[in-house]
Design a protein around this ligand. Structure first.
Ligand code: EPZ
Length: 418
């Protein structure tokens, strides 16, 4: 198991290329199940989670061939309808195989995802939506068995604009004969990226990027070449690192439209932001104003940026409140940030962050993907050495993180953890 070692206290300078989005690549890879032939995805990030989804697809009989950031997925023949517990337990997004297999084979056997570091993450909306489409589902020893022989179009209103449920129901509904209307769907750019790929594959879908999808199902779908959108959370993570440590960095290959609320709040916090096409220049003196945040579904402030924002706000002159309305228990990073000297008080799902504090390096532990990113941000600004253990969490969602930060002038390296 590896750890990251960081000698903090250096400003960050230069350019960093933003990779394709993990949370877009995973649904697009699942969509390849729907069409016989070779789907080719471009701008695919090199991440552990992408590797896990590739294993899920290979288990179904799909060949996966990766060349640099392109990935060829040949789904001409599907030999299995099962996504096993061993893979789903390591990555919840494997559950997207359910909607796609229902769409392609009319049946599926997919392990039910368990909880995660911050509590239960139910999939009731996924299952309710499939039932509304006429898919019979039952739980059998930890697996969802789905029978879609009677699947047909319907109107379904999601109780909550869940990203995962919107993905699974889109993947199934494109195969359901007749019209399906999905209301209160997620508007996250990653879901829109999937809807646009399905349209390119031949599925008549209206409403991509809005709160409702109108889908004419049952059309035969073709394999396509398609691009993964840039990772707005990776971009936001580098922005927060510059914000806290100070410096002048340009994020290359980002999509500013996907980051607008994060950019607005960053300007309020005292960062200088200049946008030109897919280049976002971020400048910070390290002197910050406290800015309250409440996480919301897109286009609101992403819960996947909550931990990074808290880390940045440890340098602000005064107090701010950071509330997570999507995952009320998503604060496992707080005790670790306090070990680095942060001043954070928790009340229910609200963190009160008071600064500016002089962070000092110490050994800390990653608990999940974005929590570990917040520890990296704090460690880069901290005086002295920080060792972050269990960084397999980071590798799930950040491509070559220490190399990218080293190019920006950070003193950061990976070591085996005894
Ligand atoms: C996606 O998770 C992302 N994962 C998460 O990013 C992100 O935090 C989340 O959306 C919210 O933006 C991927 O895209 C792979 P949801 P997902 O279904 O689909 C409740 C990261 O760091 N809910 O939108 O699991 C749920 O409990 C990861 O990259 C139900 O109650 O999120 C939560 O409170 C972490 N029933 C809320 O909705 C359901 O059936 C949002 O969940 C489904 C969800």
């Amino acid at each position: 198991m590896d750890k990251l070692v960081i000698e903090g206290g250096r400003e960050l300078k230069g350019e960093v290329r933003i990779a394709g989005a993990k949370n877009a690549a995973l649904p697009l890879m699942a969509a390849a199940i729907l069409a016989p032939g070779q789907t080719t995805l471009h701008n695919v990030p090199d991440l552990v989670d992408v590797g896990t989804m590739a294993e899920v697809l290979e288990g179904l009989g799909i060949s996966v061939d990766r060349r640099n950031d392109a990935m060829a997925l040949d789904a001409t023949t599907i030999t299995s309808d099962t996504a096993p517990y061993e893979l789903v337990k390591t990555m919840r997004a494997s559950f997207y195989a359910l909607g796609a297999l229902v769409g392609r084979l009319g049946r599926a056997k997919v392990s039910l995802p368990g909880g995660c570091a911050w509590g239960p993450r139910p999939v009731d909306i996924h299952l309710k939506g499939l039932e509304a489409l006429g898919v019979k589902t039952q739980l059998d020893r930890g697996y969802i068995l789905a029978d879609a022989r009677k699947m047909r179009g319907c109107r379904f209103v999601l109780d909550f604009p869940s990203v995962g449920a919107s993905v699974n129901l889109l993947l199934a509904a494109v195969a359901a004969k007749g019209e399906t209307v999905l209301e209160n769907v997620a508007r996250e750019p990653e879901v829109t990226n999937l809807a646009r790929m399905l349209i390119a594959m031949g599925a008549p879908i209206e409403g991509a990027g809005t709160t409702a999808f109108h889908i004419e199902g049952g059309h035969s779908l073709n394999a396509v070449d398609f691009h993964v959108i840039p990772d707005r959370i990776e971009a936001g993570t580098y922005l927060a690192a510059v914000g806290r440590a100070g410096g002048d960095v340009t994020l290359v290959g980002a999509n500013p439209d996907h980051l607008s609320i994060i950019l607005d709040r960053s300007v309020e916090a005292g960062l200088k932001i200049a946008v030109r096409n897919d280049r976002i220049r971020v400048q910070s003196s390290g002197k910050l104003h406290p800015v309250d945040i409440q996480t919301e579904v897109f286009p609101g402030f992403a819960t996947d940026m909550q931990a990074q924002w808290i880390a940045m706000m440890t340098g602000a002159e005064g107090s701010c409140l950071v509330e997570d309305t999507i995952y009320p228990d998503r604060f496992t990073h707080v005790p670790e940030l306090i070990r680095l000297g942060a001043n954070i008080a928790m009340r229910d799902n609200i963190a009160q962050v008071t600064g500016p504090v002089k962070l000092v390096g110490a050994p800390v532990m990653s608990t999940d993907l974005r929590a570990s990113a917040s520890l990296v941000i704090a460690a880069l600004a901290a005086k002295g050495r920080t060792e972050i253990s269990r960084i397999y969490h980071l590798d799930r969602g950040y491509e070559r993180l220490e190399e990218k930060f080293a190019v920006l002038g950070a003193k950061i390296w990976r070591e085996e953890d005894e």
